[in-house]
Write a new protein. Structure first.
Length: 305
């Protein structure tokens, strides 16, 4: 059996286009399947549209959250509820082309790979500033973490049950799926494709949401920022010591007339900014530790249909 997990948040306009396109490529594969729509607390009629599809196809299941918990929670819920020997993650907006599904399944089912994943070779249609920051994120995180995350990688991937079970064995609250997929290992084949714009609706990922997601990914998979803060503090302290020695020597040799207010303020602002950055980095890790210690569930299921 193949389980198709589809996280949804306010996708009432898209699911009607997504289902027939998925079935178009799923049916010829001649494999038993189930389609698992995970409604992440949508405020529109996403659930109602999914129920209309369920009337046509009894292999559809719908999980509804009690509120919006985020895509990471929806992915986790889908993986936990999946019953298939193979599991694939897909977005409902058709930016993950279903036409790649037969090729992905063939690669994994023949035993050559444990996972078939996708990545975009272009970011056509995205705002330039967003594309720039996305590339910077992959460049930075790959410098710090012990595994590699492919630039442009999507959540769209097909996995064996063994790999899914390995992912579910990681029980952290703060989850970053792209990093988790890479961390658990297993042999993965990446398939490239051109960027595809949404078939309907609007993206739910604003610049600030993506920025926060990037911070979560870096903090969740490496302690390098803490190490950088230590190095930064050491360097600044050494520079401050040298500056102090310069002031003392200057006062003893040529005197110290009242001057240098601009330079003094510049140094104070520089040191104050560095201190706030370091405190902020420590705060991010402390906050993640606090949330982990609460042991709250990642999501609450309102109902399963």
């Amino acid at each position: 059996m193949l389980t198709v997990i589809v996280p949804c948040y306010n996708e009432e306009e898209a699911v009607g286009y997504f289902y027939p396109e998925l079935i178009r490529y799923l049916k010829p594969m001649k494999i038993d399947y189930e389609i698992l729509f995970v409604d992440d607390g949508s405020k529109d009629k996403t659930v109602e549209e999914c129920l209309k599809l369920k009337e046509k196809d009894k292999k559809i299941r719908i999980i509804s959250f009690s509120r919006n918990f985020g895509k990471e929670a929806a992915i986790l819920a889908g993986l936990r509820e999946s019953k298939g020997d193979y599991v694939v993650l897909m977005d409902a907006d058709l930016q993950d082309p279903p036409k790649l599904l037969p090729e992905m399944y063939e690669m994994v089912s023949n035993g050559e790979y444990d996972s078939a994943a996708t990545y975009r070779v272009t970011r056509k249609g995205e705002p330039p500033i967003r594309s720039l920051f996305a590339r910077m994120f992959y460049l930075i995180i790959n410098k710090f973490i012990e595994v590699e995350i492919v630039d442009g990688a999507r959540d769209y991937r097909l996995m064996t049950r063994k790999m899914v079970d390995a992912i579910l064995s990681l029980t952290e609250y703060n989850r970053f799926s792209k990093g988790i997929f890479a961390w658990v290992g297993f042999k993965t084949k990446y398939i490239e494709y051109e960027n595809i714009e949404r078939v309907a609706g609007e993206t739910k990922w604003s610049f600030w949401k993506l920025f926060k997601y990037a911070i979560d990914g870096i903090v969740g998979f490496t302690t390098a920022p803490l190490r950088i803060a230590t190095y930064m503090g050491t360097i600044v302290s050494f520079m401050g010591f040298l500056w102090m020695m310069f002031i003392v020597i200057k006062a003893l040799t040529i005197g110290d007339p009242v001057s240098g207010y601009p330079s003094m303020m510049a140094i104070i602002c520089l040191l104050g900014g560095i201190q706030l950055i370091v405190v902020g980095i420590v705060g991010e890790y402390l906050g993640k530790t606090y949330m982990e210690s609460k042991r709250r569930p990642n999501y609450i299921i309102k109902e399963i249909r």
